[in-house]
Design a protein around this ligand. Structure first.
Ligand code: KIV
Length: 281
């Protein structure tokens, strides 16, 4: 029998409630135990185990090679570190596009084997049948339209989507299909702010923006971008709230210097042995 507990801070029905109450939803990616602990301690509503881990954790140029097993492995670490946030796991490329049956089985594995609360997948009308089947099976779903990185080759690169009227209309139709299929929220990635504002107004489900302006019902950022752990130039929608890369680099440099100079470990970092015991060795 389920026991009563303080309960989670945010649940799937809260996407709709927050939208109705004009409360902004906070989402951040998390890929392992420490990032989940941090996001949870900071009180973020949703922890997304994004397949962006391909880029920021595995050093891959694209998200496409990531496997179900890798996503499950990282999701397990995140659920172990999370206490009150909602954990949403990204479905990797080809885990939901081949057949609806495949999609439901793979989505279910995130809940059954990794403790996720729900899944996210990329695409509009073309994935609506898979979304409907997952929801029917009791698996909550977050959709994702706009710049969907698994389709980067089709887009010819990481480009803003929905800049033309027809393209923007396609995004709206796709997001509406996800809503009808039962998705709880839709991520809008790299779309013009006015297009995101229109979608947010016309959709009954919550929109979560990344590079989609301020009108969305919530925002998501990649953890490593937000805390300044990623190297190189960030896209314009990223705001670095800290420079952890700089802090870590400086700490590692000082550590190496102290080891080379014989200043670490110091007396306080060593264990002692009783004099009598030492003599008996
Ligand atoms: O994989 C990811 O991190 C994502 C977010 C950027 C929305 O899909």
């Amino acid at each position: 029998m389920p026991t009563t507990s303080p309960g989670p801070r945010f649940t799937f029905p809260d996407f709709a409630r927050y939208k109705a109450e004009h409360r902004r939803i906070t989402m951040v990616t998390a890929y392992d135990y420490p990032t989940a602990r941090l996001a949870d301690a900071a009180g973020l509503d949703v922890l997304l185990v994004g397949d962006s881990l391909a880029n920021v954790v595995l050093g891959l140029p694209r998200t496409l090679p990531v496997t179900m097993e890798e996503m499950l492995y990282h999701t397990r670490a995140v659920t172990r570190g999370n206490q009150g946030g909602l954990v949403v796991a990204d479905m990797p490329f080809l885990s939901y596009q081949v057949s609806v049956e495949d999609a439901v089985r793979n989505a279910g594995r995130f809940l059954k084997e990794a403790g996720a609360d729900g899944v996210k997948l990329e695409g509009g009308a073309e994935v609506a049948p898979a979304v409907a089947a997952m929801v029917c099976a009791g698996i909550p779903v977050v959709g994702h339209v706009g710049l969907t990185p698994q389709s980067v080759a089709k887009f010819g690169g990481y480009k803003v989507q929905g800049r033309g009227a027809e393209d923007a209309r396609r995004l709206l139709i796709g997001a509406q299909a996800l809503e009808r299929a039962g998705a709880s929220a839709v991520v809008l990635e790299c779309v013009p702010d006015r297009v995101a504002e229109r979608l947010t107004r016309e959709l009954g489900v919550a929109t979560i923006g990344i590079g989609a302006g301020a009108a969305c019902d919530g925002q998501v950022l990649v953890f490593h971008d937000l805390v300044g752990l990623s190297e190189g130039k960030s896209p314009r929608f990223v705001k670095r709230y800290a420079d952890l890369h700089g802090v870590a680099l400086e700490a590692l440099g000082r550590y190496a210097e102290e080891v080379r100079g014989g200043r670490f470990p110091a007396e306080g970092n060593a264990y002692t042995i009783d004099e009598e015991e030492f003599r008996r060795i």
